[in-house]
Design a protein around this ligand. Structure first.
Ligand code: IPM
Ligand code: MG
Length: 359
């Protein structure tokens, strides 16, 4: 039976534009290899250029238009000409929060052929999924500034955690841990210093844990977690953390797996009331923009997550396999991975691997 998926592509800013084009090429290659599989792609040119012209990152009806799609492939938001908090809140966070994409999933693995900075650590020992709370906490957007410019100026960013918000992300993380072979979950906290919401977070985690006796669970303070990720990577499997804690830990995780350029993300609305959004973690990287040298692997891996979410597990598996064939051969890699290949060359190599040939 033929399957057509409607994908909204929002390349955004900087290298997002280059890597999303590469991701769409890979989708084309997948569809070409499987006659029953098709993608209807629409590109939305929203981002900082759009902002400079129209005063908004996306049009008023942008949200309603995206809602009609099965999934969103997003590049990045960020431009030196526009303050970061405007680009972020005008596009990416507006979509994540508006579509209740509360579960941010960030897998980290040592792909074949890629050596991370940790000496002697094997692929079997570094295989994690960070689950990031993606709708509230430190990114709730609550706060304000008064008396700006005076020396009695006040600035507030208020972290908001709700029982519902915490319980649903902890439950999501336990379910994910259950689906993986090692069945382990580490709950990251900072309840020694943050004595209100983080204590509630711990209590809710302990309550939910009672429903998952088959999952080996432990609790780590976020500062100690950084040390454990570096010194005992094999002791970790699924990791759940607040919005900001997981933001920081996932950059560390990406670096430990060899490069920020390969790290993928899914912003999921697990109930599927809204489309979910998939994106590379790396951001807009203006310093290398337009040079054609950005690593597209973060986008390809994110695209594999998108396919998985749409129920196309076989296609997702083929794409991951093609990525791993290319990294494993080690001949066609971008500069962040020690090579000198261009975005186009890596894309061509992955498409060729998908087609079963050996370019
Ligand atoms: C990420 C990024 C974003 C975040 C930035 C671009 C605001 O670092 O997805 O991890 O902090 O959420
Ligand atoms: Mg980040």
């Amino acid at each position: 039976m033929s399957r057509t998926h409607r994908i909204a592509a929002v390349p955004g800013d900087g290298i997002g534009i280059e890597v999303i084009e590469a991701g769409l090429e890979v989708l084309d290659a997948l569809a070409a290899a499987e006659p029953d599989l098709a993608f209807e792609v629409e590109r939305f040119p929203w981002g900082s250029d759009y902002y400079l012209e129209h005063g908004v990152m996306m049009p008023d009806d942008g949200f309603a238009r995206l809602r009609a799609f099965d999934a969103i492939l997003f590049g990045s938001a960020g431009d030196p000409r526009v303050p970061d908090h405007l680009t972020l809140w005008g596009l990416r966070l507006a979509i994540c929060q508006g579509m209740d994409q509360y579960a941010n999933v960030r897998p980290t693995r040592l792909l074949p052929g890629i050596e991370g900075p940790l000496k002697g650590v094997t692929a079997a020992e570094l295989d994690w999924v960070i689950v990031r709370e993606n709708s509230e906490g430190e990114y709730a957007g609550a706060g304000g500034r008064v008396h700006q410019g005076f020396d009695h100026e006040v600035g507030l960013d208020v972290s908001i955690m709700t029982r519902k918000g915490v319980e649903r992300i902890i439950r999501f993380a336990f379910e994910l841990a259950r689906s993986r072979p090692r069945k382990k979950l580490t709950v990251v906290t900072k309840s020694n210093a943050q004595r209100h919401a983080m204590v509630m977070w711990d209590e809710i985690a302990a309550m939910v844990q009672a429903d998952y006796p088959d999952i080996e669970t432990d609790k780590m303070l976020v500062d100690a977690m950084t040390t454990r990720m570096v010194l005992k990577p094999a002791s970790l499997d699924v990791i759940v953390a607040t919005n900001l804690h997981a933001d920081i830990l996932s950059d560390l995780a990406a670096a430990l797996s060899g490069s920020l350029g390969i790290a993928p993300t899914g912003n999921l609305n697990p109930e599927r009331d809204f489309p979910s959004m998939f994106e590379p973690i790396h951001g807009s990287a203006f310093d290398i923009m337009g040079k054609g040298i950005a690593n597209p692997i973060g986008t390809f891996w994110s695209t594999a997550m998108l396919l998985d979410h749409l129920g196309e597990e076989a296609a997702a598996g083929r794409l991951m396999n093609a990525i791993e064939v290319v990294t494993g051969r080690g001949e066609v890699l971008t500069a962040d991975l020690g090579g000198s290949a261009t975005t186009a060359e890596v894309t061509e190599a992955v498409c060729a691997a998908l087609a079963g040939s050996n370019v």
